[in-house]
Design a binder for this molecule. Sequence first.
Ligand code: FAD
Ligand code: NAD
Length: 403
Amino acid sequence: MNANKPRIVVLGAGYAGMMTTKRLTQKFGAEEAEIVLVNKHNYHYQTTWLHEVAAGTINPNQARVMIKDVINPNRVRLIYDSVVKVNKEEKQVVLENSELSYDYLVISLGFETNTFGIKGMEENAFFIQDIDSCRYIYEHIEYQFAKYNNDPEADEDSLNILVGGGGFTGVEFVGELAEKIPELCKKYDVERSKARIINVEAAPSIMPGFDKELVAYAKSSLQSRGVEFREGAAIKECTEDAFIVGDDNEEIKAGTIVWTGGVKGSPVLAESGFEITKGKVTVDGDLRAPGEEDIFIIGDCAWVMNEAEGRPFPPTAQAAIQHADTCANNLYALLNNQPLEKFVFDDKGTVASLGITDAMGTVFDRKLYGKTAAAMKKVVDNRYVFMLGGPKLFLKKGKIRPF
Ligand code: FAD
Ligand code: NAD
């Protein structure tokens, strides 16, 4: 390593890692810092579109972007490999196929599905986790349809789709299924009533804690399109073809079971000896890991405290993108002996899609429903595509299909 040129290593090319890398290339001249970006795949994917990939309402390729198309490989060293752990003492990152030293480190390895140890969930449920896992879900759903009229042994419940967890991911996913399932019924000559979409939520209502009026809107819109909700129904076990639910151990059967019951930070955090709270590291106000001068942890790997409410902000892409700005500013400040800034979250609102033409949410404290909200969701999705790759990427990967 050039002693005059510090090496900044960014781990993970999700929202947080990609935007940090982009900002670093804008802040530092090529002579000032060496920037390295490490990611499992040679592509970046839109985690916020994964429910659409899983339901088959968009092509997986629309939701991913080759990293070299938006990050100049002549400016940033790109390494496609899996991170195993960070050795903080040696300032070294262990990858599956090599090792890498750093002067400054950004950990932005994102989330992993959390099954909370529920019996059988890991083995029997699908997860909305990345492009591959979501493509697998859709292929499995379509296979169940293809099999139904051809296999005399096909189970009556095999077309049912069970979604465990009625948070934002579970609700957005059943919204996409409500669009896709009627299409598959037509394609495979199956009666619509044969394929049930059932969302199971432990709390008394889906989307616990969110605006009650908006939740009621979401529920009635989805129910009118054939989605069934089982609320106040805690999943205790997942078998090969069912959830076991509630105190009376009710069995709800399906041919496709998807768990959307929660997320935690990358397992690399624990493997590297960071102090973990509910699967993530609670970072300092400047987004550094406690006690670490040169390690930033951002995106879904970090709990960033909302001091006004005395609890962390929820893990979202909106927050991950904003972490990236503060992280890049603070790396610049660190390298130039300037004071670091504190992260301040600018909450622009939350919009949940309920299918292609419906959504609901709050934007700048205004409630939005229906087509207006769906249009706003597309604006948000497209804004990020534009930020990442300008008009060229927007034309290639943006959501420009008409309603
Ligand atoms: P990620 O986006 O998870 O990216 C992590 C990256 O690290 C990936 O490229 C991954 O391949 C890579 N990686 C992981 N492990 C390793 C490893 N060991 N080695 C190398 N690379 C690795 N938030 C919103 O604000 N708005 C929304 O509308 C919204 N919709 C969502 C819809 C769905 C279906 C889901 C699941 C989440 C949604 N979220 C939304 C939440 C949001 O997607 C996350 O908060 C966000 O993705 C976090 O960004 P990140 O950069 O921390 O991690
Ligand atoms: P979550 O933790 O927000 O929701 C999980 C849901 O599963 C909860 O409602 C919980 O009560 C339920 N659950 C947990 N255990 C259960 C059990 N045993 N039986 C039945 N239900 C159970 O997770 P998520 O929905 O994946 O969201 C993760 C993060 O991503 C959140 O911060 C969310 O805000 C964000 N997100 C945002 C959007 C958006 O803004 N449009 C979309 C998706 C996700």
